[in-house]
Ligand binder design. Structure first.
Ligand code: ADP
Ligand code: MG
Length: 352
């Protein structure tokens, strides 16, 4: 135990939120030390990560949709699952080494807690475990994202009362009801922030014959997007390529139009939340009348998301503090209690 503790001090144990949009890493005692997009630049048609030092994360995201012929920037976790194992491994390795500072000698190899989507398959779990091991981790522990999010959002997860967390990320929305340290009911849909961006792209095509990139669509969503009517509606100038003339052009779009475009993905998220509530044990449902719902993930920041969910469920809905970092901060709590909790966590020595 003491030996492990000393080893821990040397080896900077890490908690990782391996998100479809953003990867966050925290180190025991230091908080969040890395927060970068889950994007990797590779040579087109291969999975060779570029070796110029800016092939992963922030720099790679800036290349998305703008890469020259021989290079392509990809998101290895695009739809809430690991779409590309090799590139996920390369990305995880890059982030772990970046945080760790240099080479990982066998003595200093860190233990790593990784938050994974609850809907992940056994094969995908194995892939995350082996990626992290090959990336240099000494021991890998997996925790479910909704649990980590609930802990990061300060919900009373170990108490005999129900807490409900809705984590709207990039690729998936995870909904869970938690009580006594365990997930009681949980649903995961592959509808989240990315689908909102795609809905905006297709709205622009349909309505304005204007092709806009995903990055532009995300900007529109963040700047003027909403799930329920805003006090003062807004407009925004949007640039793209005209589908008929093929030339660059701009147009103006209103927040009402964006809300219309977002109706479908938001409707699916609402359905998932109500479906999860319908599956809850009556006693747990009763607790939620008092405890309400807590929102986490970047999608929690969409204007009026709390209002539409509250209207659909009749429950109080609150947005967690700093919703984008809930999962990462939750993994940090796991790290602090690793000695206590590791027996109950899935790790590389379990069978799936
Ligand atoms: P993941 O866990 O899948 O990496 P995150 O929790 O990091 O996802 O959330 C990323 C998503 O949140 C993206 O789709 C992003 O566009 C969206 N997002 C971030 N900020 C906002 C905002 N202010 N309004 C609406 N959506 C936002
Ligand atoms: Mg997430």
């Amino acid at each position: 135990m003491i030996f492990n503790h000393i080893l821990g001090m040397f080896s900077a144990d890490m908690g990782i939120d391996l998100g479809t949009c953003n990867t966050l890493v925290c180190v025991r005692g230091q908080g969040i030390v890395l927060n970068e997009p889950s994007v990797v630049a590779v040579r087109r048609g291969t999975n060779h990560v570029l070796r110029n030092g800016n092939a992963v994360g922030l720099m790679a995201k800036e290349m998305l949709g703008k890469t020259p012929g021989s290079i392509t920037a990809i998101r290895p976790l695009k739809d809430g699952v690991i779409a590309d194992f090799d590139i996920t491994e390369a990305m995880l390795g890059y982030f772990i080494r970046k945080v760790h500072g240099g080479r990982l000698s066998s003595f200093r190899r860190p233990r790593v807690v990784i938050a994974i989507p609850s809907g992940i398959t056994a094969v995908e779990k194995r892939a995350v475990l082996s990626s992290a091991e090959r990336a240099g981790a000494r021991r890998v522990y997996l925790v479910y994202e909704p649990m980590a999010a609930a802990i990061g959002a300060d919900l009373p997860v170990v108490e005999p009362t129900a807490s409900m967390i809705v984590d709207i990320g990039g690729g998936t929305t995870e909904v869970a009801i938690i009580s006594l340290g365990d997930i009681s009911v949980c649903e995961s849909v592959r509808v989240a922030g990315d689908d909102m961006d795609e809905a905006i792209v297709s709205y622009m095509k349909r309505t304005y014959n204007l092709m806009v990139g995903e990055q532009t669509a995300e900007r529109i969503k963040i700047d003027i997007g909403s799930a329920s009517p805003m006090e003062t509606e807004r407009t925004m100038e949007v640039r793209g390529r005209d589908m008929i003339s093929g030339l660059p052009r701009k147009t103006v779009i209103s927040s009402e139009e964006v809300r219309e475009a977002l109706k479908e993905p938001i409707g699916s998220i609402i359905d998932t939340v109500t479906r999860t509530l319908e599956m809850a044990e009556p006693e747990l449902a009763a607790d939620l009348v008092d405890n309400g719902i807590t929102l986490a993930g970047g999608g929690a920041l969409l204007r009026g998301m709390d209002t539409v969910l509250s209207n659909a469920t009749g429950l109080d809905v609150r947005i967690a503090d700093d919703p984008l970092t809930c999962v990462a901060r939750g993994t940090a709590v796991y790290l602090e209690n690793l000695e206590l909790w590791k027996e109950t966590m899935e790790s590389d020595q379990d069978e799936f």
